[in-house]
Design a protein around this ligand. Structure first.
Ligand SMILES: *[C@@H]1O[C@H](CO)[C@@H](O)[C@H](O)[C@H]1NC(C)=O
Ligand SMILES: *[C@@H]1O[C@H](CO)[C@@H](O)[C@H](O)[C@H]1NC(C)=O
Ligand SMILES: *[C@@H]1O[C@H](CO)[C@@H](O)[C@H](O)[C@H]1NC(C)=O
Length: 317
């Protein structure tokens, strides 16, 4: 078996076999998932191996499937590799930049050997996580920008697992099924100028993840296009009579509050005046004592004492 693989590799280096080893360029964004198709059936006659930058990462022999059996592969892919049972197609989920590189499938079946190379470039767009988040108020419109891929590839847009738009260069189907109509009836429009899908009159139930599937000829990309939050507007359904009632209520309670403040201030003022008048009278009373006029006797013990003091002061003068 290993001899056969060595032979394939040697022949490939010599340029003898594997003539169809065209390179397919795949441009993806960090966080996307990509599936690389083998375009063959992985039946019992086929033996397949996937390589990443010439390092073997999977093997299919008969019904035996193996992914990432060594340390280096595990470190690079952390369980993010999936192998399709039927076709041997390879899916890499949640792509990271260090997973950029050449992915090659080598296939040996009973009568031929084949190879196919994918050059996967993972682009890290800074702040993309924030950029895809959109927040709109109920009743407004929102545009989901579909990106450059719409010019060359087939796009499928999903919301909650429902296909809501299929867009190709020549032909687009917007909301072409019952489930979509139930949710978005007449509220989805494709803006051909900007290449955006517009959702009009948004509802809170439109909140969630909008996912894009980009179909290439021998690969497909899954991408989170937008994470939408629709903010509920609580008074949108209120009648003008109800609003008028509330306005009157608010005005009345404001008036009451203002009146209460006035009364409080007025009371405080009156109390302060009263206090200072009392203090003034006491002062006068003491002055009277010191200006040698007959003192009014005060009937408390302290009063007597203060009278004595006052009298003493008077004597010293
Ligand atoms: C695919 O492989 C898994 C694990 O080997 C197995 O459990 C499953 O039944 C297979 N599915 C098909 C459709 O062959
Ligand atoms: C893979 O694609 C990138 C980006 O286009 C390019 O820079 C690189 O040279 C390609 N690698 C090979 C081996 O073709
Ligand atoms: C694109 O995706 C759809 C839905 O998954 C699939 O039926 C179709 O075969 C795909 N087309 C290509 C060219 O891969």
């Amino acid at each position: 078996m290993n001899f056969l693989w060595t032979l394939v590799n040697v022949l490939a280096v010599l340029g003898v076999c594997c003539v169809e080893a065209d390179e397919v360029s795949v441009f993806v964004m960090k966080g996307d998932s990509v599936t690389l198709y083998t375009d063959v059936d992985a039946n019992l006659q086929n033996k397949m191996r996937w390589y990443f930058n010439d390092h073997q990462i999977t093997e299919i022999i008969g019904d035996r499937r193996e992914t990432c059996s060594d340390h280096e592969c595990k470190w690079t892919f952390r369980g993010e590799l999936k192998l399709d049972n039927q076709t041997g197609s390879l899916t890499i989920t949640n792509l990271r930049t260090k997973q950029s590189g050449l992915y090659e499938i080598k296939i040996i079946n009973s009568d031929s050997v084949g190879s196919k190379i994918f050059n996967v470039s993972v682009h890290d767009v800074p702040e993309r996580d924030e950029m895809i988040r959109k927040s709109v108020k109920e009743g407004e419109s929102v545009a989901l920008e579909l990106g450059e891929e719409r010019k060359t590839k087939e796009l499928l847009l999903y919301f909650s697992g429902i296909l809501i738009a299929k867009i190709t260069r020549d032909q687009s189907t917007i909301c072409g099924n019952d489930q979509c109509n139930e949710r978005f009836r007449d509220r989805l429009k494709l803006d051909h100028q900007t290449g955006s899908l517009i959702i009009t009159n948004v509802r809170t139930t439109d909140s969630g993840r909008y996912r894009l599937q980009i179909n290439g000829s021998s690969f497909s990309i899954h991408r989170t296009l937008t994470v939408l939050t629709v903010i509920a507007v609580p008074d949108s359904g209120w009648s003008s009579a109800a609003v008028a009632g509330i306005v009157v209520g608010v005005v009345l309670s404001l008036t009451a509050a203002v009146a209460a403040v006035f009364i409080y201030v007025a009371r405080r003022k009156r109390k302060n005046n009263h206090d200072s008048v009392n203090r003034g009278q006491q002062g006068n009373h003491l002055q009277n004592l010191s200006t040698d006029q007959p003192a009014t006797p005060i009937i408390t013990p302290e009063g007597n004492a203060s009278n004595e003091n006052a009298n003493r002061n008077h004597v010293e003068h």
